[in-house]
Design a protein around this ligand. Structure first.
Ligand code: E4P
Length: 218
């Protein structure tokens, strides 16, 4: 399973990249706003900055919600760097835009997906990635991981090439569940990725090894 980091924070992206396990980055307009990045030129510079840190796919979301606007914006974003993946919302014009981008060889991430039917349309249009939002479904007492499982099963059954990118991951446990569900990618906060390292037996085992070494080498 590939790991993307779900942030526009350059320090966190650098830290995750330095761990040597980062395969890409996802951003969205809320994450960009959280970093105080405003204006088209600044946003685009920031995407290029991210691409210069990580050698992997970087999702940059269109703001337009109409077909022509999404095409214009998506083509400009894709021209910024070869690793840019154009993130498009799962609405009617978005599906149409994904089909257009597929024909132009521009890779896409269909975002804000909350049902297998939406995922079916994204795959049929030729999306590179589909992003089911796990945490936001859990937030409304639904089952986000179950949706990931359903999409993985559907894509496997029909041999769709669209990769399942589990998004809105909130915890380390979500990552483990994504592995079990067969997601191709999980995009996660840095804290959830670091959580994978935590095990008390690793900590106590390392303390014993170091104490034994110290005892005979002191
Ligand atoms: C990623 O592509 C999504 O935009 C992101 O994971 C949403 O996460 P949130 O539900 O925690 O805002």
């Amino acid at each position: 399973m590939k790991f993307f980091i779900d942030t526009a924070n350059l320090e966190q992206i650098k830290e995750a990249n330095d761990m040597g396990v980062l395969d890409g980055v996802t951003t969205n307009p809320s994450l960009m706003a959280k970093e105080g990045i405003k204006g088209e030129a600044n946003c685009r510079k920031h995407y290029v900055d991210i691409c210069n840190i990580v050698d992997g796919d970087v999702s940059a979301e269109v703001i337009a919600t109409d077909y022509r606007g999404m095409i214009r914006e998506g083509e400009e974003l894709a021209a910024l760097h070869p690793n840019i993946v154009v993130k498009v919302p799962c609405i009617a014009d978005g599906i149409k835009a994904i089909k257009y981008f597929k024909g132009k060889g521009i890779r896409t991430n269909c975002t804000l997906v909350f049902s297998p039917g939406q995922a079916l349309l994204a795959a049929k249009a030729g999306a590179t990635y589909v992003s089911p939002f796990v945490g936001r479904l859990d937030d409304i007492s639904s089952d986000g991981i179950e949706l990931v499982e359903k999409i993985v099963d559907m894509y496997t059954y029909y041999d769709f090439k669209t990769q399942v990118l589990a998004a809105s991951i909130r915890s380390t446990q979500h990552i483990i569940q994504c592995i079990e569900a067969g997601a191709d990618v999980a995009t996660c906060p840095l804290s959830a990725i670091k959580g994978l390292l935590k095990h008390p037996l690793t900590d106590s085992g390392l303390a014993t090894f170091l104490a034994d070494h110290e005892r005979v080498n002191a």
